[in-house]
Design a protein around this ligand. Sequence first.
Ligand SMILES: *Cc1c(COP(=O)(O)O)cnc(C)c1O
Length: 242
Amino acid sequence: MVAIARAEIRRNVESVRERIASAAARSRRKPEDVTLIGVSKFQPVEAMYAALDCGIAIFGENRVQERAEKAALWKGGEAVWHMIGHLQRNKARRALELFNCIQSVDGFELASALERIISGRSGSEPVISAPYPVFIEVNTSGEGSKSGVQPEGCIALAERIVRDCRSLRIDGFMAIGPLSEEEGETRASFAILRSLAEETRTRTGIEAPHLSMGMSGDFETAIEEGATIVRVGTDIFGARHP
Ligand SMILES: *Cc1c(COP(=O)(O)O)cnc(C)c1O
């Protein structure tokens, strides 16, 4: 059974890569300018080893607890871990220990909690090296169920992080597409992130080159709208098993 699953994951990764390449070609971009993150939440580590063998080097998880459990089990090769789910401040330290990047910074309170821990100002010894990479998560769809800073608050948040969180480096911006399956709406919400990112870079002078947007249902549209990172779970690993 594991053998079948491995072969299936290989086929899935190949097919996702082909779709990435076509979407990149349609928008006159190079496929290597788009990084594929395997979203492994609710997937067993064995499935992740199979993905790692297919060249998936970065995994996205949305819960600190699940990442901790996998860290204890992990017998695979070297991998990079990105936190892509909502992060509570009381789990900030654990998240920093377990993840190489936090894509879901959605407010100044979280950013300054991370800053205090990394800089050692929280009382205990700093164990994480600075600058630590983060993304600003923006709620571009306006859906109340989604986390992320509101678009109109993005520049101010970036300015405060640049000024007050010297241990953090903003590497880019992250958004989750709307629930709507209407392509026009999805496209518009990705375009908002792209233009907001451009405006924020201009206003703050930060490089923040990445746009993390697009999941299984909409990553091709996201690439056409400028995504440099796509986060794909289901189309690589199949249905999740919570
Ligand atoms: C689960 C999740 C994904 C992947 O979703 P799929 O539809 O399974 O590809 C991407 N990004 C975030 C933030 C997620 O929580």
